[in-house]
Each structure stands twice: as C-alpha cells, then as structure tokens.
Design a protein around this ligand. Structure first.
Ligand code: ATP
Length: 352
C-alpha cells in the first residue's frame, strides 16, 4: 500500500476557493505557505468501510496517483504531492487557470480549422505521450481538457482527471464499464478487452448524441453518424477524413494518436492542403449550441447527484448505521433510474 504524507495539509497549505467538483470531492485553490505558490488541491473522500457506497476505494486513488506520478508532459496536469488523513486524500496538483477549452472556444466569434488544429495537436501530443507509456485515460471528454491560461497568446492544453486511467501491463486483459455515454467507445459498452485505442474513438462534438443516453449508446454501437450538410458545410474534406478514421468500431483499425499527428489535416503535406485548411472554419453557431447543451446536461447530472446524496443522508439519519444494506439498495436504485445501467459507475473495472 502506498504511503502518502501524513501531515495536516492545512499546516502547509492555505485552502482557498472551490474551483470545481467531481463525483467524489472538490478541487480547491491552495496556497503553499512556505513559498506563496498557488496550486490546486483535489480533496477526495475515502470510503468509510467495506460496505460503504459513499467515497472512493483507497486503491483507486493510489492508482490515479501512481499514473500521474509517471507522467510528465506539458499537456498533462502535473502532480506535486499527496496527503492523507483518515477520511480523505488530498492531491496537490498544478493549478490550471484557463478553464475548459470548449468554454474558451464558445466565447469566440469564429475559429478557423488552423486555430482548432493548434489545440488538437496539443491534445494529441499529450495522449500520444501517455499511450507510449501504456497509459489510457478512458475519460477523455471536453470537461477534462483545460487551458493553462486563457489570456496567454498561445495557451497550453492540460489534460486532467486520471481517475479512470489505467496502465496496461503486457499480456493483461483489462475491461471497464466506466465513462460518459456521449464519449465512450463501443468496446466499453460491449465490455470487451480494452486498449489505449478506446481513447481515440471520439470527436469533440459527440456526433452520436441522441435524445437519451440509451439512444446515444445505441448510436455508438451502430457507429451511426453522418456529416449533415447543415453542420459540416464549412468543414474541409481532410477534417472529415480525420474524423472518419477515428470513428471506427474495430479498435485495431482506428487511427492511433501518433498516426493522427501525421494525418494531413494536422500536418499538411503541401501548400494546397494548408490553403484548404485555412479556408475552412468551425461552425460556431452549432458549436455554441452544442456547448450550451453539454453544460446543461452537466448541471442536470450534478443536481441529480446532489438529490441522490441528500436522500441518502436523510435515510441514514432515519435508520441509523445498522441499516447500511438498505442504504446501499436505495442508492443503487437511484443510480439505475437516471443513468444507463452501470455505465456511469465510476472506477469499476476488472483485469485478469
Ligand atoms: P469526476 O467525477 O469527473 O471523475 P473528479 O472527482 O475526478 O471528477 P476532476 O474532474 O479531476 O475531479 O476535477 C473536477 C473539476 O475541478 C474539473 O472539472 C475542473 O473544473 C476542476 N479542476 C480539476 N483539476 C483542476 C486543476 N488542476 N486546476 C483547476 N481546476 C481544476
């Protein structure tokens, strides 16, 4: 079992504002008392006991920490330190001040493909680096792609949230059911053995988005998408070719991150290709619509999660600790009521 620092984190860091929250805790700005340097602190609640459904298994945070410690790349959030107490683990991580990439883009009036590619390249460089180290992220989605500083002329992309990441060891078969419906690969839905290729089966705009999560998952399974002229009339053929080579059901046929980096859309071979790219642009009206819908869905999920939590708390108060099993059932029912069965269950996986 990994041992983390046992000091009280508040003795060494002044705890500041909340920057964001996830399923298992909050991320807050923290100031290192000794140096005055600002960091982010990810406060993760640990499970109280084996039967408890609230909080995270310590082992799963150890996995996230081990993976982050092994990754040092400009486009991947850096981990500085880890503190532990009885109830929680605190990860001290690089402070990322620029917010989500998609929010930054949605504020723009227009964006050429060339500008979009500059961001895409950085994402691919981060992903290619982790894949070379046999690490798959398994939760790449707009919420987890942030910007170092949106006021900088060329802000750096930072990939965050390695809570679902996995390092493959040779000969290992690894399956997982975790992910976010709009952005998961078909092999995850099918509970098939996974590889780093699962990180590649996505396009920023989730072309599979259905009216419900179930419909979205069905669309992914059928690879049911099309380049509707209404959305893609300004998109270059090179960009469409790039997307088509990623939205491939067979993992072995999908482009790898390294192959993406040399695709002519990312790395044009001649002046004609450069000119075509410069003439094409992102349909900002649709992008803004997509981003607003995505934000709405995130808030909806957050409110549902809060409701579930509050009801669970009420139940705890009403029944006392001996009713643990009843509480477990209750939260299971709530989970399946609002989400497609098991797919949103975080950090659940198996390897053999
Ligand atoms: P999830 O439930 O999605 O797995 P999580 O508990 O693992 O979430 P993160 O996704 O890592 O938590 O972080 C939650 C939110 O906190 C992010 O969406 C982001 O807004 C903010 N955040 C995370 N890391 C940083 C950082 N290094 N700097 C600034 N803000 C951050």
């Amino acid at each position: 079992m990994a041992v983390f620092k046992l000091d009280n984190v508040e003795d060494l860091y002044e705890i500041g504002n909340v920057l964001g929250s996830g399923h298992f805790g909050q991320v807050r700005e923290v100031r290192e008392r000794a140096t005055g340097v600002l960091w982010a602190g990810k406060f993760l609640k640990l499970k109280k006991g084996a039967g408890s459904r609230l909080g995270l298994e310590r082992k799963s945070v150890e996995k996230e920490v081990e993976i982050l410690q092994s990754l040092q790349h400009q486009n991947i959030m850096a981990l500085k330190d880890v503190f532990e107490s009885r109830a929680e683990l605190v990860l001290i991580i690089e402070l990322i001040k620029g917010g989500e990439l998609f929010d930054f883009i949605a504020e723009k009036e227009n964006l050429t493909e060339t500008e979009a590619i500059e961001f895409m390249k950085q994402i691919l460089e981060g992903v290619s680096y982790m894949h070379q180290k046999n690490v798959a992220h398994f939760d790449l989605k707009p919420e987890n792609i942030m910007l170092s500083d949106k006021r900088a002329p060329n802000p750096d992309i930072k990939i965050i949230d390695f809570g679902m990441a996995h390092r493959f060891i040779q000969g290992e078969e690894y399956k997982s059911l975790g992910g976010t419906p709009q952005y998961i690969a078909p092999e995850i839905i099918n509970y098939e053995p996974l590889s780093t290729a699962a990180d590649m089966c996505l396009s920023g705009l989730s072309p599979f988005q259905g009216e419900t999560d179930e419909e979205t998952l069905r669309n992914i399974m059928a690879m049911n998408y099309e380049f509707e002229p209404h959305y893609f009339s300004q998109t270059s053929n090179m960009a469409k070719d790039f997307i088509q080579k990623l939205l491939v059901k067979d993992q072995s046929e999908r482009m790898t991150a390294e192959e993406c980096l040399v695709h002519p859309w990312i790395k044009p071979l001649n002046r004609t290709q450069i000119a075509k790219r410069n003439r094409s642009s992102i349909n900002m009206k649709n992008f803004k619509k997509f981003n607003a819908r995505r934000k709405w869905k995130m808030s909806f999920n957050m409110v549902s999660a809060c409701n579930r939590f509050c009801r669970l708390q009420l139940l705890c108060k009403a029944h006392g600790p001996e009713q643990q099993e009843l509480r477990d059932c209750e939260s299971d029912q709530e989970d399946t009521g609002t989400k497609p069965a098991s797919l949103l269950r975080r950090r659940l996986s198996s390897s053999s």
